[in-house]
Design a protein around this ligand. Structure first.
Ligand SMILES: [Mg+2]
Length: 257
């Protein structure tokens, strides 16, 4: 299979699959599900300010979740009751586990609600690269382990996570739906996109495959396997040329993690 991503290139590096969470691995936008149920009614206004470019994504998220009174366990129980993984995620997880292919969630959302859904679906071993939260007597505190040095105020960078997997010698298959996935999308070797991300890629002529569910990704991995990548083996090609930094485009609707 030829790579169709912005960074096409070596096809024999072992793949890694990285997927966005809200509206992608999860059918729902789980952050909004929680804010709708537990948030202060002003969260819609905060979201409008974020969409107008007045707030960063992490400001938006921290402000809205700061006003939530529910505790961690209550919110996790609500997620388990109301959220769902998109079809074939579990099959993809099984295939990746059997073939030594890294599969991870990359999200600008919060770790506790992602972990709740993975736990409910029996795939809690899938690593999560998200905002790390700590519930304290004074409320939630936030830790951004994947922020680009010097750009901490923007929160985690999904592109940085993609680069980390590429540095380990993987060709990265990335799946996403929003503008917060755009930087990662430009760095992926093979991109699956839907919703706003697909529209943006179309507009910018960035190659992608349409994403409906994880059967699409599973089929791509099976194609790669037929093409002879070596399961679970580390780098086979070094020095893959980076795309170079690409500026984030303007903010769009549905940009939440
Ligand atoms: Mg998303």
């Amino acid at each position: 299979m030829r790579s169709t991503g912005a960074n096409s290139g070596s096809v024999s590096r072992s793949p890694a699959v990285l997927t966005d969470f809200d509206d992608t691995a999860a059918v729902e936008n789980v952050a909004e599900l929680l804010l709708t149920r537990f948030g202060d009614p002003t969260w819609h206004d905060v979201r409008s300010r974020f969409r107008a470019g007045e707030l960063t994504l992490n400001d938006y998220q921290e402000i809205t979740f700061r006003n939530i009174q529910a505790d961690r366990a209550t919110m996790q129980a609500y997620v388990k009751e109301h959220a769902h993984l998109r079809p074939y995620f579990k099959e993809l997880q099984g295939y990746c586990a059997d073939h030594g292919i890294p599969l991870a969630i990359v999200s600008q959302g919060l770790d506790f609600y992602i972990e709740a859904l993975l736990d409910k679906e029996g795939v809690s071993r899938v690593p999560v690269h998200a905002v790390n939260t700590h519930f304290t007597g004074q409320g939630i505190t936030y830790e951004y382990r994947y922020a680009r040095p010097g750009q901490e105020r923007l929160g985690n960078s999904k592109g940085l996570v993609v680069e980390g997997y590429k540095d380990k010698g993987h060709q990265v298959i990335y799946v996403g739906d929003g503008m917060s996935d755009f930087e990662a999308a430009t760095k992926a070797d093979l991109l699956f996109a839907h919703r706003v991300l697909a529209e943006e890629c179309q507009r910018r002529q960035i190659p992608y495959r349409p994403f409906k569910d994880f059967q699409d990704v599973l089929s791509a991995l099976q194609e790669l396997s037929q093409d002879g990548y070596v399961d679970g083996h580390g780098p086979s090609h070094e020095g893959h040329a980076p795309t170079g930094p690409l500026a984030y485009p303007g903010k769009g609707e549905d940009e939440e993690p």
